[in-house]
Ligand binder design. Structure first.
Ligand code: KIV
Length: 264
């Protein structure tokens, strides 16, 4: 079945959990789609795992459109959600609508995601009024890494926890169809999930969320610059790739590849 912003909203009413993974290219997107994952996030994490930056701040609209288009060509049933990069929506409501529109028109996204709470409610409702589905993102919002002083667990004091619950409610009121909650204590993940009627997709937010999202290079152990506690490695593809590259290198150098089987 085709996943859309509407099926996402309905899933929560039916008590069905939702799966989401990042992908940034055609081949990976088609594999994720074949696995039946509900949504692909073309995350601005691509700045780190695809482009090698130390954070997500340098990612541009052009980067996001380029990768979003490739992912969109790879999927049949999976919903494509594309991140709005740093400074593509923070500057004004007008910029937010124009840039969300570009991610849909040029990037062929099915929805956009943006980071931030109540302070972006006006931006979100303007985008939603333009018929563009919006996913919110609160908790550890990586575009604010400098303001947070690092990649740290959020919502640890009662006051900070209450602010995140208030933010989730403000996002729901502004019209989001789902909310990513990143790096908060599991009990706060539960409280946020219970506070809103739209699905809450957790990443390091515990087991009570309505769904989960992971960066695919993390869950396949392909990216070793950062290893957050919330990541589970489902396969050791990084190591398998190195072994395969080494075998190829050695066969090329010894002359064992190619044989007649791989020749015309
Ligand atoms: O950019 C991204 O991959 C994200 C996830 C970490 C939720 O925003």
């Amino acid at each position: 079945m085709k996943n859309t912003a509407v099926t996402f909203k309905n899933a929560k009413q039916k008590g069905e959990k939702l799966s989401m993974l990042t992908a940034y290219d055609y081949t990976t997107a088609s594999l994720v789609d074949s696995a039946g994952i509900n949504a692909i996030l073309v995350g601005d994490s691509l700045g780190m795992v695809m482009l090698g930056y130390e954070d997500t701040l340098s990612v541009t609209m052009e980067d996001m459109i380029h990768h979003s288009k490739a992912v969109a060509r790879g999927v049949k049933n999976t919903l494509v959600v594309t991140d709005m990069p740093f400074m593509s929506y923070q500057t004004s409501v007008y910029d937010a609508v124009i840039n969300a529109g570009r991610l849909m028109k040029e990037g062929r996204a099915g929805a956009v995601k943006l980071e931030g709470g109540a302070e972006f409610a006006e931006h979100i409702s303007a985008i939603v009024k333009a018929s563009i589905p919006v996913m919110g993102h609160i908790g550890l919002t990586p575009q604010s890494v400098n303001a947070f002083g690092g990649f740290k667990v959020q919502g640890k004091t009662n006051e900070a926890a209450q602010k995140l619950i208030d933010d989730a409610e403000a996002l729901e009121k502004a019209g989001v169809f789902a909310i990513v909650v990143e790096c908060v204590p599991a009990e706060l993940g539960k409280a946020i999930t219970e506070a809103v009627n739209v699905p809450v997709i957790g990443i390091g937010a515990g087991k009570y969320c309505d769904g989960q999202v992971l960066v695919y290079q993390d869950m396949l152990a392909m990216y070793d610059k950062m290893k957050p506690k919330f990541v589970k490695a489902y396969a050791n593809i990084g190591e398998q790739m190195i072994e395969a590259f080494k075998a190829y290198d050695s066969e090329v150098k010894s002359g064992a590849f190619p044989t007649d089987e791989h020749s015309f």
